[in-house]
Every structure is written in C-alpha cells, then in structure tokens.
Design a protein around this ligand. Structure first.
Ligand SMILES: Cc1cc2nc3c(=O)[nH]c(=O)nc-3n(C[C@H](O)[C@H](O)[C@H](O)COP(=O)(O)O)c2cc1C
Length: 193
C-alpha cells in the first residue's frame, strides 16, 4: 500500500493550500493509499538549530519536539507532500522550518556518501503551491529545492500549482489545479488516471 505523508504549511486553516492538498489526499485515499496529514500550524516546533545529533551518533533529529512524529511519518512514507502558500516569494516560513529539519535524514558523510540519505532513493516529493500572483511567477520554486530534495532521495518531484488565488476558497474555482491534484494522486498510488 502506498503511504502518503502530507504536511500543511499554511498558517491559515482551511485555505487554498489546505484545499488543494485535500483534493490530492482524498483522491489518494480513494485509490487505496494510507494518508496522514499534519497541520504544521498546530504543532510546537523549531527549525533546525544545527544540534548535529543526527550526524554524531544519533539517527534521528535530536530536538524532540512536535515535529519528530512528522519526521517519522516522512521516513515511512512513499509520497511526501508539502502544501504551502507563496509568502514573500517563497514557501511559507512554517513549511521551510519543517523542511530544514529534513536535514536529519542525511547520513553523517552525506557530502561524499554514495547513498547520502537515510530515506533511500525511492520517494516522491509533491509540492502543492498556491499564490496570489499570476502563473508567470514562482514556477521555479520546486526546481530551486531540487538539489537538496534529490540528495534526500526524492528522485521523483512533482508540482501542483494554483496561481491567482487569494481569498479562502478561491482555489475551488480552479478545476484545472484540482484535477491535476486528483490525477497525480491516482498516478502515484497506482489507482490509474
Ligand atoms: C504574509 C503573506 C505574504 C504573501 N506573499 C505572496 C507573494 O510573495 N506572492 C504571491 O503570489 N502571493 C503572496 N501571498 C498570497 C498568498 O500566497 C495567497 O493568498 C494564498 O492563496 C494563501 O494560501 P492559503 O489560503 O493556503 O493560506 C502572500 C500572503 C501573505 C499572507
């Protein structure tokens, strides 16, 4: 069974990124996947503070806050989703703080190791991105994170994006993005298109 871990990175509950990620997760669930969703806004956690516990004998993040169960779910998942609004030309701070903690998945000699990540090489990363501005902006965000995601073992990386959405629920009128989310979910979970 395909396992999906979805991290909701908007501070706004029920907003456009939640809704678009929800369309993906619902379709994945209907196709038989096991889906776990984590609203990062409800968790007490820090970004990486470079403790280096994960590089000096520990195999997991040494911080021990609310994000650790999320990191465990990411490690177990086949498909990892980060859903985020564009905030000031990038992913939200909340999403980025969580992503920084993925540093704990790198092995101590990750710079030179043949397999640099404890996650292996077979996971898929899905970025669900919503933004107020038009489609001509921020289409390269996933590529920007590509080198790190590739090193983490996310060989396949996919983008689901809705642009020109600002108010809560605007994305529900974007049948193209919703359909893209559903189609990709079925594709990644073996449910067919
Ligand atoms: C603090 C803040 C910064 C934002 N910065 C941008 C931006 O740089 N570019 C953009 O296109 N939209 C920007 N937006 C708009 C959001 O991306 C947009 O409203 C989105 O639909 C919010 O997603 P959500 O409903 O999932 O929270 C910003 C919104 C906020 C609140």
């Amino acid at each position: 069974m395909t396992r999906v871990a979805c991290l909701l990175g908007s501070p706004r509950a029920g907003g456009n990124s939640d809704l678009l990620a929800g369309a993906f997760c619902d379709a994945a669930g209907e196709a038989g996947a096991s889906v776990e969703q984590f609203a990062l806004r409800d968790l007490l956690f820090q970004g990486c503070v470079s403790l280096r516990h994960c590089k000096t004998g520990g195999e997991t993040c040494g911080l021990g806050d609310d994000l650790n169960p999320v990191l465990s779910a990411v490690a177990e998942a086949d498909v990892v989703v980060i859903a985020t609004p564009i905030y000031f030309c990038n992913m939200s701070g909340l999403a980025k703080q969580a992503l920084d903690r993925f540093f704990s998945f790198f092995v101590p000699d990750y710079v030179t190791a043949d397999v640099p990540s404890r996650l292996g090489r077979n996971k898929t990363f899905v970025l669900v991105q919503v933004q107020g501005e038009g489609a001509d902006r921020y289409g390269d965000l996933l590529d920007q994170y590509g080198p790190a995601l590739d090193k983490l073992g996310f060989q396949r990386r996919e983008l689901i994006r809705a642009s020109g959405v600002r108010e809560i629920g605007d994305v529900l009128a974007r049948s193209d993005a919703l359909q893209q989310a559903k189609t990709l979910a079925r594709d990644l979970t073996g449910g067919g298109v």
